[in-house]
Design a protein around this ligand. Structure first.
Ligand code: AQP
Length: 336
């Protein structure tokens, strides 16, 4: 990326991750690895999106531990809390407050078109709550509070970023230049990782089948066992192909972890069987994740430092968020 960037001219990036389960290899390869890289080129704000996580019912003790753990993983990966703003969303009340304001500038019709709401409603038919429906407005608040220029998005989030842009433009058209209109950013690294048990689905931390995903904090034996059990396809050749979604997924993972291209991986395993390949992928993933787990465990073990860091992160975030929120409130006509 551009090395003429100075601190003052660096573009602002906002990215969030939900503590709705144990973070997976999918979260790591698809998002977190590029978060680490982005901190060198951008002014980054990273949040543990715990408010978003309760659109699906969470067990309180588990949620709390997942929030701590997610925050600790960000630090364990090498995201620098001094250089960036790293915080827990619910500790900055302006997120929920701005979301209410923005929801009054969002049309029911445009929200009804969100495909993720339709998908998640099908997944949780007994809990189709209003928060699940208005989730993109909270996401718009997350983005707009920090005057974010860029938001890294995968395919599943493009529609939500569009809504954030539409809301910002609509608000600015009424009240003047209040919000920065964000752009989508497609990070260089960003593999889409599929479930190890059903290659038609993405690897998801909320998947009930624990063999379908690898947690960043899984131990070596568990990781290798899950890869040994991964579904593969008919035939025995190790190559990327549409009719080989299981093996293609494993090649994607192996190449993301080792830095080898898919063609190099195919050559390396030419003539060797699925069993040997699955073991190699498991070992490579275990090697990659082991230091992250070790560092995470150290951070989690030092509660005082952890607390100091997330409180400092929230203060830093709020000092920016408050300004944007008050500006919007004032424009609308509230008494401050
Ligand atoms: N399988 C994946 N492959 C690549 N990237 C992925 N991401 C998630 N799964 C994969 C990326 O991780 C970032 C954070 O995601 P999130 O936690 O905010 O929500 P999500 O996309 O809904 O992730 P999950 O694991 O599927 O969570 P649940 O099961 O709670 O819905 C995003 O950048 C996402 O693209």
């Amino acid at each position: 990326m551009c090395d003429t960037n100075t601190e003052a001219t660096k573009k602002k990036v906002l990215s969030c991750i939900q503590p709705s389960g144990l973070l997976t290899l999918g979260n790591y390869l698809g998002a977190l690895k590029s978060w680490v890289e982005m901190q060198n080129d951008f002014d980054c704000t990273y949040a543990v999106a715990d408010l978003h996580a309760i659109t699906v019912r969470q067990e309180p003790a588990k949620l709390r531990s997942q929030i701590y753990s997610t925050f600790a993983i960000l630090l364990a990966l090498g995201i620098d809390p001094e250089k960036n703003t790293v915080f827990i969303q619910s500790q900055v009340p302006e997120h929920a407050a701005l979301a209410w304001l923005l929801s009054c500038y969002t049309q029911f019709g445009e929200m009804s078109r969100m495909t993720q709401f339709k998908d998640k409603s099908k997944k949780h038919p007994d809990n189709i709550n209003v928060g699940l429906f208005s989730y993109p407005v909270l996401m718009a608040a997350d983005i707009l509070l920090y005057k974010s220029d860029l938001v890294p998005v995968g395919d599943d989030q493009k529609q939500h970023l569009e809504i954030a842009r539409d809301i910002a433009i609509r608000f600015n058209n009424i009240y003047g230049d209040v919000f920065t209109v964000p752009e989508a950013y497609i990070p260089k690294a960003g593999a889409r990782i599929r479930s190890l048990q059903d290659s038609s689905r993405k690897m998801s931390k909320s998947d009930d089948n624990a063999n379908a995903w690898v947690a960043i904090l899984d131990g070596r034996d568990d990781i290798i066992r899950k890869f040994k059990r991964a579904v593969t396809d008919s035939g025995s050749e190790i190559r990327i192909a549409e009719d080989k979604p299981g093996i293609s997924n494993l090649i994607t993972i192996y190449s993301a972890v080792t830095g080898k291209t898919a063609a190099e991986v195919e050559r390396e395993f030419d003539g060797r069987g699925y069993g040997e390949f699955k073991l190699a992928v498991g070992e490579a993933v275990a090697d990659e994740l082991a230091p992250v787990k070790q560092r995470h465990d150290e951070i989690i073990g030092d509660k005082k430092t952890l607390e100091r860091l997330y409180k400092a992160g929230a203060e830093k975030a709020e000092s920016v968020a408050r300004k944007t929120y008050f500006k919007a409130m004032k424009k609308v006509g509230f008494v401050l």
